[in-house]
Design a protein around this ligand. Structure first.
Ligand SMILES: [Zn+2]
Length: 414
């Protein structure tokens, strides 16, 4: 973590400032703190591999003791939940390799690690909608500068989008060390990551951010009222700030992995200081499938919202937010241009046939809506596909990039 991030951090329990305890073990490289101990007036917290761990569960307390004892290697093992020595040694080997990919690390963590369909994340419909909404809302409110936070942001797939618009770099907060670690190394390098509990007070100072969001996680938060109050505190006093809750489930319509969702009025009720607008996710999805604009000036009917599996909730006083937003054309490549892994590749002379095939029936059931933009079959010339390696998108493949057959993935993703 950068030393300047201490200006944002506050103890979640006493609200006090935190300082690096210089009398205890620490490793620092210029302005970056690698490992160490942070202290406030009430307790101490560990920093492991540049990630402050701002909760006091059993693993984080054990890891903190390892850091104090000068064993950051053991602290990392603890935070990854690797208690079997042989497994841990194998994991350390994978992580030490310069060529290891996100996929390698997920596989080395073992089947208990919830990796799920991460390979397909960048083209699944939930991501596609969230990415467009985040670009539109965060892009608008941060156009004149300001910082974003992605709360419960997991391994940073959308934090990566925030890196384009947040200045200074966005903060990613999540309960799980392994996820934010993956984000810092692969998905969103350059973000600041903090481990903390979304069911407690957030460990940040009031007004530290101009944009705060939580996507695809809010239905699993039990203390929803506290959470929204905390989000409002984080952007308090910032001119034209925005709060976004993306892809949260709907009490009125059953969904797989339902969580504990609320109705639209239940969600509105959480916002005490500002009236949010609630969108039916399928209407935003339809905007994207037809190529835009993403129309945030719409007022979905109460019935349409009740019938939708997932909702997007936006609260902002910025005049540019609730407006139609042009979908950004593919920007200069940020990572590596790759064929979408949902396609099988059949070479045929100078051409290649790409066929859409889902990894499982479960995937088809949950994410099958991607068929709205992913064609079943497409034939492309091999030379153009080979040219993707240069990092530049040939003009004849622009449409396939827009339809997510070609993806701009983080480097060394798989
Ligand atoms: Zn404290």
């Amino acid at each position: 973590m950068n030393i300047a991030t201490l200006d944002l951090l506050r103890c979640p329990y006493c609200g006090g400032r935190l300082e690096l305890v210089s009398s205890l073990f620490h490793r620092r490289d210029g302005d970056e703190i690698q490992d160490g101990i942070l202290g406030c007036s009430c307790c101490i917290f560990g920093i492991v591999e540049g990630i402050p761990i701002m909760h006091l569960n059993e693993a984080s307390t054990t890891a903190r003791a390892h850091v104090e004892a000068g064993r950051p290697d053991l602290a990392r093992r603890t935070m990854f939940g690797l208690d079997d020595d042989r497994h841990a040694a194998r994991f350390d080997e994978v992580v030490a390799s310069d060529t290891a990919t996100y996929r390698d690390v997920v596989e080395a963590l073992g089947p208990n690690f919830e990796g799920g369909y991460f390979l397909y994340r960048f083209s699944d419909p939930t991501y596609v909608v969230a990415n467009a909404v985040v670009r539109a809302v965060a892009g608008t409110v941060l156009s004149g500068g300001g910082r974003a936070i992605d709360i419960c942001g997991g391994s940073g797939h959308l934090t990566r989008t925030l890196l384009e618009v947040s200045s200074p770099a966005p903060v990613l907060a999540d309960l799980y060390f392994s996820k934010v670690w993956l984000a810092r190394r692969f998905t969103a390098p350059g973000c600041e990551a903090v481990c903390c509990d979304g069911n407690g007070p957030f460990p940040f100072v009031r007004g530290a951010f101009r944009y705060a969001m939580c996507t695809d996680a809010f239905m699993y938060i039990w203390t929803k009222r506290l959470f929204v109050g905390e989000m409002a505190r984080l952007v308090d006093g910032q001119p034209d700030a925005a709060m976004l809750i993306g892809h949260t489930h709907n009490e009125r319509t059953w969904t797989p992995s339902h969580g504990q969702p609320l109705s639209q009025d239940g969600y509105r009720n959480l916002f005490e200081t500002i009236e949010p607008r609630v969108f039916a996710e399928s209407s935003l999805f339809a905007d994207i499938v037809k190529g835009g604009p993403l129309d945030l000036s719409r007022h979905d009917s109460a019935d349409a919202i009740d019938a939708d599996q997932a909702l997007t909730i936006i609260a902002s006083r910025h005049p540019g937010v609730f407006a139609p937003h042009v979908l950004a054309p593919p920007s200069p490549t940020r990572g590596e241009l790759r064929l979408n892994p949902l396609y099988s590749v059949v070479p045929d002379g100078v051409r290649i046939t790409l066929r859409l095939s889902f990894p499982s029936d479960d995937y088809a059931q949950e994410y099958g809506a991607c068929r709205e933009y992913l064609p079943d079959e497409v034939v492309v010339d091999r030379a153009s596909v080979d040219a993707l390696r240069s990092g530049r998108l040939p003009s004849n493949l622009t449409e396939l990039a827009r339809r997510r057959v070609i993806l701009d993935l983080p480097r060394r993703y798989y």
